[in-house]
Design a protein around this ligand. Sequence first.
Ligand code: CU
Length: 121
Amino acid sequence: MGALLVPPSGMATPQAISLGNYQVSYRTQPRQLIVYGTNDVALMVRDAAGNPLMDGTIIVHPRMVTMAMFAPDARAVVTSDAQYHAHIVFPMAGEWHLTIELRRPGLAALQAVIPVSVHWR
Ligand SMILES: [Cu+2]
């Protein structure tokens, strides 16, 4: 399919999750997410036929795993290369769950969780 290209060195290898009938590949920049840093989560959503989904709305809800701590929701912005980019500011290092919510008009919202770990600088 060519969906998962070899990333430039220093970039995280794309990983994938299922979101309903969609496949979501994602990677982070930087590879190691950091507290109060500029963290970009790039997601590509493909339908069952392998076509990129461009017209969805993706909201990322960050929540800490070990305590009731949240970071501000991030609305992902889709770029011309069909990647949705969410910028997330983490207030604390540790294990986080990014709940990825996909909305499309007239359809029920879909959610899936991406586990990430966040480090101090
Ligand atoms: Cu915390």
